[in-house]
Design a protein around this ligand. Sequence first.
Ligand code: SF4
Length: 312
Amino acid sequence: MQLDHYVNTIGRHLRGRFGERVHKLPLHANFTCPNRDGTLGRGGCTFCNVRSFNRDEAAPLAHQLDEGRTKMHRARRYLAYFQAYTSTYAEVATLQRLYEEALAGADIVGLCVGTRPDCVPDAVLDLLAGYRARGYEVWLELGLQSAFDDTLARINRGHGFAAYADAVARAHARGVPVCTHLIVGLPSETPEHSLDTLDRVLELGVAGLKLHPLMIVKGSRLAAAWRRGEVAPPDAGHYADVATEMIRRTPAPVVYHRVSATANAPTLLAPPWCAGRFEGIHAIARRLAATGGQGSLTTRPLPPTPASSNPT
Ligand code: SF4
């Protein structure tokens, strides 16, 4: 079942802009994170063990890009996706060197930069706005996870919703599209929390969203709580129900970069369905086919946001 019949996926969005398949190539540029290096804290977010999705020592960017091209051989054009840790957490000159090293490939048509809301100073936003002005596809990917400050404190994010609102306003002032990451099933949260979080994100305006279920991974602080039976990640059906409702409430122009997530064994401890790539996606697509796709429950227009593409 094709998800992009019902959802404005990033794949569909990029095919619309470039007329062909464009894939994201994940990169690790040896950044760290202020929630791990002691600036804000040392433990990191309770759900996080970045070893679960990235190697320890990063290879040169050119090598990583070549490796990605080999794996994603069904595309001829790509977005360089600075994914690991906090990919704006360095001097602007360093960021500029790294981003431009990635953009140097003739087949690289844009940049996605994953970071925290409290790590995007104006100079970084100006740098990203400059790439967009040159015709690149640009996305600032902000990890928010929840709009509730008590949840954010409980998972040790080290920032509140106000930091997110501030980053979004400054990004929008420069025309930089934001993709917001949200987690469904965080400790003590109900489906209503997820829906309220979505509402608050949409109220501020957003060009892209990424959803994923709470996953328990080895080495994270939540792993111990899960072993003690204090935390239970959502099962596939529950997650699909909540994600489907969120997608239906999302205005059609918003681009979904992801609607579920996977992790590899043995790093993944729970839920087991996240070991497979398609179970969550297919469950959501089936529900959307039966109930109506993205935007079918939207009651209000999206506030003005930077368009998610910049026609050249
Ligand atoms: S989730 Fe992101 S912000 Fe949180 S500890 Fe991990 S790398 Fe840092």
